[in-house]
Design a protein around this ligand. Sequence first.
Ligand code: ADP
Length: 379
Amino acid sequence: MSAPSRDEILARLREIRHPKSGRSIVELGMVSGIVIRGSNVGFALEIDPAEAEELEPLRRACEEAVRTLPGVTSCTVVLTAERRPAAAGDPGAAPAGGSGPATARRTRPKIALPGVRAVVAVASGKGGVGKSTTAVNLAYGLRSLGWRVGLLDADIYGPSVPRMTGARGRPTSPDGEKLVPVESYGISMMSVGFLVDEETPMIWRGPMVQGALQQMLGDVLWGELDVLVVDLPPGTGDAQLTMAQQVPLTGAVIVSTPQDIALLDARKAINMFRKVDVPVFGIVENMSYFLCPHCGGRSDIFAHGGARACAERYGVDFLAEIPLDLAIREHADAGRPLAVFAPESPQAQAYLELARNVRDRIEAQLGRPTRRPPRIRYL
Ligand code: ADP
């Protein structure tokens, strides 16, 4: 049985009505970013953020309606909202219904992750510093050390894990409740990029962030993991703070470029984790120096070493310096993880060093995993 077309899905959704207005959700223009991959369907429902909780039954009704179409085995729907003007450097905007620090600091229950031993967040004060590249390579570095690793792409504004890891397919849901993560080169991963079209601009508000996180983190069959690496959205806004509070984090890794301005943002990120009592494992200086692909020579383009100084000043560790390097970008953009495709390269070794440092910090807190690590075999 082949999957339904986009039009057939829309025809089914046209029958579903907004509970308040009574109008069809398709006519209201609420449906966007439909993705059909094999028998799996995903899309976004654009809503007024004030109605996020109220419309959870509508979201589920949409999933159910599409899942029961012939040729569909799973359907995942996420709620998104039009963005309200956000503070500079805060792509998360504030949650609806009164925001600000008082809301932000409200304690939220942590999402339960049975079977997951440690959770490490990779964060940055602003976008474009190489946070996702670092998260992906850190995850594969930890895998190379023999750990069982999961990777959650919580960067809901710009999910890049599917592209950077070459992961294909969509999470399945045999019981219609829990999602089975996508497996790529020995790592279990989950990303909103698997659920909706990567081209769809995703705009989220506080209550939706919580719902999405529950869906992508708590409602996932992660199995037994030694570590789950979480790629957080860039910035230190309310959405990021919500995640830092809700995810049971063992520690955080802050990624920064050497320029001062990025470092100022890095300081904000350090403070954010301190506010919610999450240990900061340390800072990674990305694009630390330029490695010439022709002669292998090194040039300090930016004021190299700023992150080390920042780490010292803030009493956190300096974890690694990663060069600005063509191979790093090419492997990331081609979805060919360095640890798998060029494990002996100096670039992969730099990330392995970062992974060792992170592993040591996790073990210092939790002790060593008791079982023997599995042998790794890449095909
Ligand atoms: P962020 O998650 O901080 O927004 P990304 O990880 O998506 O940033 O990186 C942005 C771009 O920079 C990507 O094209 C990525 O391949 C590239 N990039 C990241 N780190 C490096 C590096 N060390 N050397 C070269 N290119 C890099």
